[in-house]
Design a protein around this ligand. Sequence first.
Ligand SMILES: Cc1cc2nc3c(=O)[nH]c(=O)nc-3n(C[C@H](O)[C@H](O)[C@H](O)COP(=O)(O)OP(=O)(O)OC[C@H]3O[C@@H](n4cnc5c(N)ncnc54)[C@H](O)[C@@H]3O)c2cc1C
Length: 416
Amino acid sequence: MRYSALTVLTQALRGHAGWRPAWRNPAPAPDYDVVIVGGGGHGLATAYYLAKHHNVGRIGLLEKSWLGNGSVGRNTTIIRSNYLLPGNLPFYELSMKLWEGLEQDINYNAMVSQRGVFNIYHSDPQRDAYARRGNAMRLHGIDAELVDRDALRQRIPYLDYDNARFPIQGALLQKRGGTVRHDAVAWGYARAADRLGVDIIQNCEVTGIRQERGKVIGVETTRGYIGAKKLGIAVAGASSLVAAMAGLRLPIESHVLQAFVSEALKPLIDTVITFGAGHFYISQSDKGGLVFGGDIDGYNSYAARGNLPTIEDVCEGGMALMPMIGRARLVRHWGGIMDMTMDGSPIIDRTPVENLFLNAGWCYGGFKATPASGFCFAHLIACETPHKVATFYRLDRFASGRLIDEKGVGAQPNLH
Ligand SMILES: Cc1cc2nc3c(=O)[nH]c(=O)nc-3n(C[C@H](O)[C@H](O)[C@H](O)COP(=O)(O)OP(=O)(O)OC[C@H]3O[C@@H](n4cnc5c(N)ncnc54)[C@H](O)[C@@H]3O)c2cc1C
């Protein structure tokens, strides 16, 4: 069923009795040409682009719970391509371009909103660093503007410009950055992949990876054995656990990151704002809630819930940037599991096990990467060579020392 204004009208006249489920609920087949493990944004996008662009045969996607239960449905929805390093810039810009055409491509309203992302700076060195980042972006054909204090004050008047401790000097603006409704991304890709014949199997946990003479031949699951000619792992926070089933030890730690939503307020924040003197980022959802977040909790965990000291830390960042936020009531918060690599950049690569491919290490930033990640991972699985914008995301870079340390903090996953 294609969504269109005419379909909505027809359904309205018929009492909405004719809508069909957005995707099928098939039983797992005994085997597939390609099996993708993980029904988050990255797994679903991979399955979709594999089916759309590559002739790889039958594709099965296995999700241990329900679509959207993982970080794809838990993030703060920010998209941007304001990176600095050559390994990252073209990749995240491809993602931005795919976001820009996504809704037409998958015929689904994902509420892509290019409302702009302002990264606030508070000191001369930070301004210089942001100017350098903006220049790198422009050299790669990506939009970037340095906004001074007066122009910023006109655009976002409610920030604390008189805070002596964290004086606001200006911001780096990417106008094309913004937000996307996170769970609509999962649902939209699922529906589009299903229409191209992908079997999406929920409540199907992969519990083992079967190999024969160093080659993957299939997976053990809670719904029985499923054969696979090629296997792609895209399980984000559970990457180390699933890779260990094939005997791999990844350069990844899992950490919890929390998100927060206030009570619904009248429209107030019409852009995305990040604080440069601490870790705090905020936007306002279409329902009116202020959606914000900050740092990871700082210890290894597989629990999708966080702790009070981090809530205090994030709220302090908010108060320092926009004291008015102290009047809003926090109504919801939750955690998600982050697959933090040693350099803060992802991995899209083959593994030492034949026919086993890995998509992992998304840290805080995997939501914005979803389309390009799926696009490049599909290319890798089908063509067995990396896509040209993902050539830096190799697994062996941690052994060879070719790191992509975007934040410059070294091998400290808790700081990326
Ligand atoms: C609070 C929070 C805020 C964030 N904010 C942003 C942001 O603003 N911008 C941004 O770019 N990024 C953000 N992120 C990061 C982003 O959400 C993640 O990097 C990204 O969603 C991870 O990819 P995914 O969607 O595929 O993961 P997930 O949705 O977690 O998908 C992985 C799936 O694998 C499944 N799985 C695990 N093990 C198995 C198994 N054994 N068998 C079968 N299935 C399995 C899981 O159930 C899960 O559904 C945020 C994350 C969090 C938690």
